[in-house]
Design a protein around this ligand. Structure first.
Ligand code: GDP
Ligand code: MN
Ligand code: MN
Length: 253
């Protein structure tokens, strides 16, 4: 069976208060088992998770980091306010967020929004995905999985890709452990981050600039089973431990 990936065309510029489920369901016929991928930036716009730079007074810490990165201290303050801790201050801020995601500049975006305004990540991306799935069931009658995506950098490799920061109606990981390979060896290690692979393709269809496609539907992907433990726990994450050991960045508050 082929897998189909379809952009949701014709969505307007999203404003605080917009009903995303209804706007999406009006533009595409969803069926049970579809996976709707939504750019987190657009969820945040609809929910008003936005800040105006002119209303932000930077702390000394934000000013000191901004002097190192060459960014606006008010923007850095917005990043610090979204971060529960930092792994790096420079050459870019690398933040740990309260929901487990680790992202450059806490995922705070200055693109695809008015000048002088920043878009914050959804404070509860898992809740956002559940709420959208329930809204889509209501608006379309279809029981769909939802993945809330963001464009993120990666360790070791140049170039950003789409990552899942929230999901509902499916598991993050397909667990291959215990299955046999072609030669009858039992797989010991392989867990596939299917939500990130879906988010990666969806992000490719969204584009990053003025495409105007914040929602993408994946249809025909066979179901899988696994678990939702996508983030390394502290202590398991070797890269995080190495960054902390080398940089020893002070606590935020
Ligand atoms: P992020 O990856 O969640 O940070 O979001 P991006 O800023 O990269 O935007 C992803 C896609 O959504 C791009 O195609 C943008 O052009 C589009 N987009 C962003 N905001 C809006 C909006 O308010 N309305 C519409 N129709 N598209 C938007
Ligand atoms: Mn983003
Ligand atoms: Mn993007």
């Amino acid at each position: 069976m082929p897998i189909t990936v379809m952009p949701v065309e014709g969505l307007p510029l999203i404003q605080p208060g917009d009903d995303l489920a209804r706007l999406i369901a009006e533009r595409i016929d969803l069926v049970d088992g579809d996976i709707l991928c939504l750019a987190s930036s657009v969820w945040s716009k609809a929910k008003g998770h936005l800040r105006r730079l002119e209303a932000i007074v930077p702390t000394e810490r934000a000013a000191a980091i901004a002097a190192k990165t060459g960014e606006d201290p008010r923007f850095i303050q917005a990043v610090l306010d979204e971060s529960s801790s930092l792994l790096l201050e420079a050459p870019f801020v690398l933040s740990v967020l309260s929901h487990g995601h680790i992202g450059v500049r806490a995922g705070v975006d200055q693109s695809n929004t008015e000048t002088g305004q920043v878009i914050l990540l959804p404070p509860d991306p898992m809740g956002a995905a559940s709420e959208l799935a329930a809204g889509l069931l209501d608006a379309s009658g279809a029981r769909v999985g939802v993945i809330v995506t963001d464009t993120c950098g990666r360790a070791f490799r140049r170039g950003q890709t789409g990552h899942a920061i929230g999901w509902a109606g499916l598991t993050a990981i397909r667990d291959f452990r215990g299955e046999s390979d072609l030669f009858g060896h039992t797989l010991q290690i392989t867990e596939e981050a299917v939500v990130d692979e879906c988010a990666g393709f969806a992000n490719l269809m969204m584009g990053e600039s003025d495409n105007g496609v914040p929602a993408v539907v994946i249809r025909g992907l066979p179901t899988w089973s696994g678990h939702d433990d996508l983030y390394w726990h502290e202590g398991e994450d070797l890269i995080r431990a190495a960054l902390c050991a080398v940089h020893n960045v002070p606590e935020i508050r």
